[in-house]
Design a protein. Sequence first.
Lengths: 249, 249
Amino acid sequence: MLTATATRTSPLPMGQVAQLPPAEGYPAGPHPAATPSARAAATTLLDGLPGARPGVTFARDQEIVADGTPAHACWEILSGCVRLVSLTDDGRRQVTDFLYPGDIIGLEALDTFDYSAEAVTRATLRRVPRGAIESRAATDAAFAGALRRMLAERMRAARARLVLLGRMSAAQRIAHFLLEMQARIGTPGSPTFDLPMNRSDIADYLGLTIETVCRGLTDMRRRHLIAVSRTHITLRDAAALPAALEQLH
Amino acid sequence: MLTATATRTSPLPMGQVAQLPPAEGYPAGPHPAATPSARAAATTLLDGLPGARPGVTFARDQEIVADGTPAHACWEILSGCVRLVSLTDDGRRQVTDFLYPGDIIGLEALDTFDYSAEAVTRATLRRVPRGAIESRAATDAAFAGALRRMLAERMRAARARLVLLGRMSAAQRIAHFLLEMQARIGTPGSPTFDLPMNRSDIADYLGLTIETVCRGLTDMRRRHLIAVSRTHITLRDAAALPAALEQLH
DNA sequence: CGCTCCATTGATTAACTTCAACAACAGTGG
DNA sequence: CCACTGTTGTTGAAGTTAATCAATGGAGCG
């Protein structure tokens, strides 16, 4: 498939072991990326675990983990955007998550990955052996609790998406998506942000087709709710966005 | 809303404290109910936690936890079937999960519940304060690990459902639902089982309408793939069920 | 027996997908 | 710098799926 090669961003030796941070001070929530200040935080959940490698850079669309392969390691996202992808038996694609800096790939893996992870943009990630995570969790209760809270928050987000996919119209899905993106990658107070993913990724995330996503965005633009260029979004009236959808059409 | 009253199944005093079981021997998977032998297991994950109350019985359709209320406690299901329900802004309903004996309500709750839980059938549950779970997790790494694995397994199931809701046709959703039910509540080796939930619950679980669920079941019956009475299902050819859907129609 | 609730079937409509064409943009090499 | 080219995004028209609206059937229960 993809032939691009991962390249280290730093020449540090592998297997470096840093001193363990104190049990306190783990990020409270699982999505530090949601708060821009935390996005640049010097310390993240998996800092200082033994066996962690320095950052590895992946090119756009490059596969980070492959569906069905043994889950020997987790990957913590340091920069960029990653999508988790699952396929149906007959080959249709569903993006089950977009991940951002601070998020971790593979927390919920058991023996093998049941999805593949691909770089949406050029992205830097840190590989951490699952054994290191497990043993740290076994000895450090605060760390284990932080992991559990992170999983719990992801579970809540997934549940919200079940409602979106099961019961919302195309227009509602798109509007909720824009608001979610604003919250995760936007700057608080600013109505504009850039989408890291293309229309195809958005469509597969929302359970729609590319064309329906386009039409939905165009419709919102015509109603002066948003401004759209290829990647740049401006929410002209974020508060009105959900309300405008209740009446549909 | 519902006015049925919860009644204790046993006259034991509340707040009983049993001796802690050994750290080893927790159920490996999060869905002991999936294996019928484990369904009748004498010990479950939350056995022996301080503050656990004896079983409480809920009538059909009775609310167990309410959306938006503080998550002071988890509820472990001892018998019966429970649904987790979320509503959209405009009042449409999505069933985000069906839970069975061994499953726990509220593991992923943070401050408040973001869904309501209701008894699908008459059900018995055990209330366990979250504080007891948290403090046990803080001191018992094996227990914390079991909790995390349980959450991870639920996360995987939720991801599979995202694919189902986002990318599968009505017929495919219904077929997958039947196979899932067979795996969770059926007897291994037997092609028949009884659905605990009605058509409305199934529809809200699959993101469809009642009518579409009915038509799908009828269609499969006409094609001799299944036999259906109101609640009783027989999978005449479980192996052919997914294959028969690829060609759709 | 009659009532109520739930399930089923039919007819029609609406929403979204599919198929098709075109436009806009980015990258490349001349 | 610009033409060329491939990719991504947008719009239009037709087709399909599932929702909606409506009526009937059937089981359980007082």
